[in-house]
Design a protein around this ligand. Structure first.
Ligand code: FES
Length: 241
């Protein structure tokens, strides 16, 4: 705190404190996991992204404690780890509910209903962007292009796709999640929690049934088929260029 004798203004300096380290049993467990992750890479610093998912799996977001853990194990500075953790939106800096619901509000989804879905969920859940319902079940965010524009408007729950959504279907999905029902995305395996998802993203096995199955859908292949048709018309003999 400083005060200027010529001024009545008082300035409070809020000095940040060092984050608390993980409790010994947590640290011991994370160190084993971190060792396994780091061993996959020729240079340890290349393991930063999966290691950030690992600490996110522990706490539901990337905290100062997680940043210190990553920095220490990869020979990086806290500033370097923070720069990466704050660049990628998949790393959250505030606590996350069991289910992270991301509604795409980028241009294509927005005009096809994404904005209406996001608005409906805000009202239905009583939370805004980045906020979590009081029961800790749902964290709502609007996200930018989920790379699934062919199925717009798209919503993601823990990074799994829910295609061709409407405000009604989106509300029903969040209701089912809050009621504890098992929910299947449009593609892929049944949902697991946000922390379980983060651990899979850290590179540990995804043992959900059907997790590694699936094929591109008709909408995804439509452009390819159109291009193939055009190529065939331009090359009726099928001789190629
Ligand atoms: S604009 Fe929504 S997935 Fe691309």
């Amino acid at each position: 705190m400083t005060s200027d004798k010529n001024s009545s203004t008082t300035i409070l300096l809020q000095l940040s404190t060092r984050p608390e380290p993980y409790p010994p049993h947590v640290r011991q467990r994370l160190e084993l996991d971190a060792k396994e992750i780091i061993a996959r890479y020729p240079q340890s610093r290349s393991a930063l992204l999966p290691l950030l998912h690992l600490v996110q799996a522990e706490e539901g977001c990337v905290t100062g404690t997680g940043i210190d853990f990553c920095a220490e194990h990869l020979g990086l500075t806290g500033a370097e780890v923070t720069a990466v953790a704050t660049f990628y939106s998949m790393y959250r800096r505030t606590p996350t509910g069991d289910y992270h619901v991301g509604v795409c509000t980028n241009t294509l989804c927005a005009v096809l209903g994404g904005d209406a879905i996001y608005e409906a969920l805000q009202q239905h859940l009583g939370v805004g962007h980045g906020e979590t319902t009081a029961d800790g079940a749902i964290t709502l965010e609007h996200v930018e292009c989920n790379a699934a524009c062919d199925y717009a408007p798209v919503m993601m729950v823990n990074w799994e796709f829910f295609d061709n959504q409407t405000p009604e279907s989106a509300r029903a999905i969040t209701d089912a999640l809050r009621a504890g029902h098992q929910v299947r995305p449009s593609r892929g395996a049944p949902l697991c929690t946000f922390r379980e998802t983060a651990r899979i993203l850290a590179g540990f096995p995804d043992e959900r049934p059907g997790a590694n199955e699936g094929a591109p859908g008709a909408a995804t292949l439509a452009g390819l088929h159109t291009a193939e048709g055009i190529a065939a018309e331009g090359d009726p003999a099928g001789q190629g260029a």
